[in-house]
Design a protein around this ligand. Sequence first.
Ligand SMILES: [Zn+2]
Length: 249
Amino acid sequence: MQPIRFHEMRPSQIKPIREKFPVCYVPMGVLEWHGEHNPVGLDAIKATAMAEYFARHIGGLVMPTVWWGDNRAILAENHFGPEICAEIAKGHGLPMQAFFDDAERAKQDGEWKTWEAVMRTTFYELTTFGFKVIVTISGHYPLHGPAINAANAFEPTGRAKIISIIGFDLVKDRFEGDHAAKWETSLMLYLRPDLVDMSALDPDPAKKPVGVLGVDPRGNASAEYGKQGMEAMTEALRPKVLEALAAMQ
Ligand SMILES: [Zn+2]
């Protein structure tokens, strides 16, 4: 299979692909509770797998994933209300207060300031490496606004066009985003089934899955639904990428 991970490729492998199609994808995510059935890195893992799918079906290369430096104040652990946060803390086996304290610390540290600065620096790096179109994929939805802020701060340089997406926002007419529920779990079941364990959820329908927002994944999430979502997002993204590329050439 054709390699697509920029950081794993030699310059002689990168050059012909970049010269023909100077598009790169930047997956972004955080560490956050995603139900008992999903890994805590779901957002970044999902965004990475999506980026690789897009690169294979649209073209371009995948850059290393951005995991760190987010505003730690908008997480399931400290943002879903005290009752759910207590259950999540129990699931982690950690004190809930630690996550609230970190939210306060993040606020004092300027919320998204660090992350936006990292992204702006990253855009310079990507364009120095010759990319003309950058697709950022916000696996964690609260990254989306700051990603747009960073893109807006960078685009006046004229060095690249930046397309900022979450994923489901491309196909909102047919699909709905959620947190660890039907949508996100289905994407994982399609893209990274090795990391999902549906049997970790209580089969009792009266017991709501902890820290899961959206349509119940039990009986509703499937690899097939994830596949449909990926195909729809790819068809919606392709014309945007081609248009941005045409505008840069
Ligand atoms: Zn998520």
